[in-house]
Design a protein. Structure first.
Length: 103
């Protein structure tokens, strides 16, 4: 029997992944450009990204910039930002998100 079946149905595995990502979601992300604290944070699907535990994005309406928060293995996070730079065609600035409150 495959490992996925042992871990439960696809719906159960997806629900568990969403719950885990929600626990990792930071309460705020500071905008990389103007440093305003962004609270409307979207969870991004990182299920196909090896080494990435969770990824989040927020859009700053004050300066019209996007900011991302990514959690995972160092090499995977670096590769994520390299891919963002290629997609944007410009240097991506790294920032810091406050960690989620302990549960």
């Amino acid at each position: 029997m495959g490992q996925a079946r042992i871990r439960g149905s696809r719906d159960i595995r997806v629900a568990e992944a969403i719950t885990k990502a929600d626990r990792l979601k930071p309460p705020v992300i500071a905008c990389n450009s103007c440093k305003i604290e962004l609270t409307e944070i979207a969870s991004l699907d990182a299920s196909g990204l090896k080494g990435i535990e969770a990824a989040f994005g927020a859009h700053c309406v004050a300066c019209d910039q996007d900011t991302w928060a990514v959690r995972g293995e160092i090499a995977a996070v670096q590769a994520f930002y390299v891919a963002l730079e290629k997609a944007a065609g410009a240097k991506v600035q790294l920032g810091i998100a406050k960690p989620p409150a302990p549960t």
